[in-house]
Design a protein around this ligand. Structure first.
Ligand code: AKB
Length: 315
């Protein structure tokens, strides 16, 4: 990996991944692809090149790939699960149409492509606990439908055209840098902001709603390590289960209370988010990622909570 295009570089994952890629590959061009209205700012803008790359516009993707002699594309454009239910056509247009545009450019220009899948690619028929790598994927959300389609399309381009597509199924991602927008797992980010501001947190999900979650530094490392993995060891491609922690609202609230004793949480259910969360697994089995490319998480709930609270307090 030398010259990288990050599509969606100003989003929740992109803003941090672009910076990490720039530090990891200081001799390459790491291009921040953004859309009008979501321009890069500060360090992200100043530390490397940036181009307007709307994933629904194949000419813009191709122009950036050509201009910077790109060899790897990180496709991070997505409409998250809860917003996707309100805008299913847009979710498909970006999630599947955008991926198709990216894969076609990658086929012509011989780029590798990373497109994250999600725990949302599973559905109510999937085994809920320790969800295996290869299992039933019949999601009931449009977000999940786009993710399963993305996994299949990416595998197809690898098999049919030799495009080096690889990816992971991200759990809910937790970070103190760029807030997420419109996801089902977002409560696990918002809760830290409320705790640090000294506000009561109103939880949109009910007790006992378990989902896999991951601290952003682990997620960024996974995204780079899978693209650096020895291809001869990979049995799977799109997409690998990865996991680091699974908790419900009670557990994260109790952990925060250990560090912020006055913290309070009340339940104020959001039926849409609850129904989405109920259709997703409680925890994934990531044995294949561990065996095929050495995946190991570094943060558990305790380590993440300490780091999140420290950073948000100084923010
Ligand atoms: C969402 O909640 O939509 C995302 C995801 C789990 O993919 N964070």
């Amino acid at each position: 990996m030398k010259n990288v295009l990050v599509i969606g570089a100003t989003g929740q994952i992109g803003s941090e991944l672009t910076m990490k890629l720039r530090k990891t590959y200081p001799n390459g061009d790491i291009v921040a692809g953004y859309i009008t209205g979501a321009e890069p700012k500060g360090e992200l803008l100043e530390s490397g090149p940036a181009e307007i790359v709307d994933i629904t516009n194949p000419a813009q993707i191709a122009a950036a790939v050509e201009k910077y002699n790109i060899d790897t594309i990180y496709n991070l454009a997505a409409v998250l699960s809860a917003v996707a239910e309100a805008k299913p056509q847009l979710a498909w247009h970006i999630g599947v149409g955008g991926l198709y545009n990216t894969l076609e450019v990658a086929r012509e220009k011989k780029c590798a492509v990373f497109t994250p899948s999600s725990i949302g690619s599973f559905g109510p028929g999937t085994p809920k606990v320790n969800t295996p790598q290869d299992t039933i994927q019949r999601p009931t959300t449009i977000y999940g439908v786009t993710k399963v389609t993305g996994e299949l399309l990416s595998d197809y381009y690898a098999k049919r055209f030799g495009v080096d597509t690889r990816s992971v199924r991200f759990p809910g991602l937790i970070s103190y840098v760029t807030p997420p927008g419109g996801g089902t797992t977002d409560y696990a980010v918002d809760i830290y902001y409320s705790a640090v501001k000294g506000e009561k947190f109103y939880c949109p999900l009910k007790p006992g709603t378990f989902m896999d979650m991951m601290y952003m530094p682990d997620a960024l490392r996974a995204a780079i390590e899978i693209m650096e993995a020895d291809p001869s060891k990979l049995i799977h491609r799109n997409s690998f289960n990865i996991a680091s922690m699974s908790f419900d609202p009670e557990m994260i609230a109790a952990k925060i209370k250990e560090h912020v004793p006055g913290f309070e949480m009340e339940y104020k259910l959001d039926p849409l988010r609850q129904s989405i969360a109920d259709s997703w697994p409680d925890s994934l089995d990531d044995t294949c990622a561990r065996e095929e490319w050495g995946w190991r998480p570094q943060y558990d709930l305790e380590a993440m909570t300490i780091d999140m609270l420290d950073h948000l307090k100084s923010k």
